[in-house]
Ligand binder design. Sequence first.
Ligand SMILES: [Zn+2]
Ligand SMILES: [Zn+2]
Length: 295
Amino acid sequence: MLISFYGVRGSTAAPGPSTVKYGGNTSCVHVELDNGHDLVFDAGTGIRLLGKQLAKKRTPANILMSHGHWDHVQGYPFFDPIYQPDRDINVYISIPSGRKLLCSLFEQMDGVTFPVNAEDLPSNNICKFKGIESELYERAGVRVIKRKLNHPGGGVAYRIDDDGVSVAYVTDNELDPPGEPATSFDQWAEYLHGVDVLIHDAQYTDDDMPHKHGWGHSLIGDVRRLATDAEVGALVMFHHDPDRSDGELDEIQRENEIYLKSHRAPAQSVCAAEGMQLRLERPVRRGKTRIRVEG
Ligand SMILES: [Zn+2]
Ligand SMILES: [Zn+2]
């Protein structure tokens, strides 16, 4: 399994001199399975560059949407495969407000907000509201388990297990929300237990609170605690605040390493950066998955 990061920023794109190292594009992560199948998590502005790669293939692109906020849909009109005649693009939408999410993906292409009209696209955009688990198992041999996000408007997290290696994509999730959570901290720890790579929303620092409590994003300290409790193989801090500079993320990375070393898990932690790749190699016989950071 190869995991590639094309957009790691939250809320809105944030290009500029202070975000050169980690990148300014919004959420998009590509997972290439060993059998060549492509899974794409979210269609933020990062999906534009991924589209250049996927346009070289003819196999279906599978897009798994977490939710419909604009930082997760804005890149879709710039995704090259949608302009390829008869290219199959499966868009999986697994939340109750799915039809609205569908609208946010395609209604932005109405000739007014964007010059090309969605109805004129030559590709086959196939939207699926349920059955992702059985379909992806039949199509690609992967197991998909979902959980509800703690996020305004709702959303869904995905855990993918593919023949001995695993990744979880949990963004736009507040681990300690006000009121009743859709998924509790303990439920997250159970769901994520032992996952090789946990990609988790880590947008806020203590300085952001209490002002941003309830906005649907996690405190970095809570994410570290979850990764430790769930005994994940590697933690990837994701959905960086648009105001977070490269220097601040470097400092967060240093704090992560100190915290995680003193709590004996997980094996690795990184702040997500555009262009970063993680290669997961399944263990020979029993043992730990090898996780190599590339790029
Ligand atoms: Zn977001
Ligand atoms: Zn959101």
